[in-house]
Design a protein. Sequence first.
Length: 90
Amino acid sequence: MLGVSAAAALALVLAADLLDPEPFVVRHDVGRAAVGAELDVSYLSRLSDDALPAIAGALGDPAKGWLDQRLRTAVHCKPTRTGSPGSTWR
């Protein structure tokens, strides 16, 4: 019985690693916000760095430009220029 429990726990950990739950949460929340639901900035700000690529991918979309400031708030970005030309936040 212990072996089965250990195997099940290992399977859950591997599945969670492969499914990338935090980027899924970002895409789901941004998608809901795009159709009128409230963007949960507080929750997004508590996600790990695994969520950053999904948040960065949602930035700069002209159709969802109104989300940019809220997403930047979620990851504590400042609207100052640094780095290469065209960079608008850090």
